[in-house]
Ligand binder design. Structure first.
Ligand code: SAH
Length: 323
């Protein structure tokens, strides 16, 4: 099978898939994401969403959607911070795009008024949308290609001579993702039709590149992606240029791609950290370490990137086009 079919089965098989049956987010699970590092992350995205709403002219009705909300930590922080923008939550309807049943249950506790759909295509288009997605694009299935004698050949997963799962071709790897391009088109069409903005934060590249980026994480350790199908989380580096080009092809505008560190600093993460320290001086060391983890170049600050797909006439906060 293709690497894309392998990823889809590992993540979404109804009986054995990782997200369908045993998603393990957080310190006790398999991987930690920015919302688990610090409440500051979701709070700043909540303020980002409120500022987009203001720049849209404070519409009386807006859809606030999150794609792949995991255990709901981020939407909880987003909604708490968004309360500080008068009128925003009264206007906002919360929609969550999620396929995992066990995770929907966790999300319901953090966002009691939310509605759920399984794909972006199911989001209504009759009101402006503000979309947030952290570490969502990296679980979209990728295909891999290896250079053959004459042409690129698809790298497939099959059984090796010892009967264990194996990659059936070796050599230099290139990746592509129909799912990523399809999502870019869907989001681009949605924000063009409904107006609004969609923010994506993920680990990945800001320029076209080559290499095998398929990665499995279990219990916070990397392992061979073929070792424990359905038991480990499987992801790949996001090809941001391909994603944004697909959105632009559907009529939307694409922001510059910025490192997570620069983006969060532009939104005021250092000020937010100082406020938290003033409220809890005993936690100054912990908060400083959390801030460092989110923004430092050798932590999440550069590998993780932020980019926005939006309707014409809107400047997304922290991702305005450089003058
Ligand atoms: N955003 C969260 C969780 C990231 S894990 C955080 O930052 O902590 C990826 C999330 O995307 C999970 O909620 C998973 O169930 C969901 N997901 C993965 N593939 C999906 C798909 N194709 N459609 C909808 N949700 C998906």
């Amino acid at each position: 099978m293709s690497v894309a079919d392998y990823m889809t089965a590992c993540l979404h098989d109804p009986d054995h898939g990782y997200y369908a049956t045993r998603p393990g987010l957080g310190a006790d699970g398999d991987f930690i994401t920015a919302p688990h590092v610090s409440q500051m992350f979701g709070e700043l995205l909540g303020l980002w969403a409120a500022e987009v709403w203001t720049r849209l002219g404070r519409p009386a009705r807006v859809r606030l959607a999150e794609l792949g909300p995991g255990d709901g930590t981020m939407i909880g922080d987003v909604l708490r911070a968004a309360r500080t923008a008068p009128g925003f939550l009264e206007a906002a309807e919360v929609w969550l795009v999620e396929t995992s049943e066990p995770l929907r249950a966790a999300q319901a506790a953090a966002a009691p008024t939310a509605r759920w759909v399984r794909s972006v295509a199911e989001l209504p288009t009759d009101a402006p949308v503000i979309i947030l997605a952290n570490e969502f694009l990296d679980c979209l299935p990728i295909r891999q290609w290896v250079r053959g004698d004459l042409d690129w050949m698809e790298r497939r997963v099959g059984l090796g001579s010892d009967g264990a799962l194996a990659f059936l071709a070796g050599g230099d790897v290139r990746e592509s993702s129909e799912a990523l391009v399809g999502l870019g088109q869907a989001v681009g069409a949605l924000v063009t039709r409904a107006s609004g903005a969609a923010l994506f934060i993920d680990y990945g590249r800001d320029a076209p590149g080559e290499g095998d980026t398929l990665q499995a994480l279990r219990g916070h350790a990397r392992e061979n992606p073929l070792a424990n199908p359905g038991v480990a989380d499987l992801t790949a580096h996001v090809d941001f240029p391909a994603f944004l080009a697909a959105a632009a092809g559907a009529g939307a505008l694409a922001s510059p791609i910025r490192g997570q560190g620069d983006f969060l600093r532009a939104l005021g993460v250092e000020t937010r950290a100082a406020v938290l320290v003033r409220a809890r001086p005993d936690r100054a060391g912990v908060i400083a370490r959390q801030l460092d983890r989110l923004v430092a170049p050798d932590q999440m600050g550069v590998l993780f990137k932020a980019a926005c797909v939006h309707s014409p006439g809107l400047a997304p906060p922290g991702l305005e086009v450089a003058a």
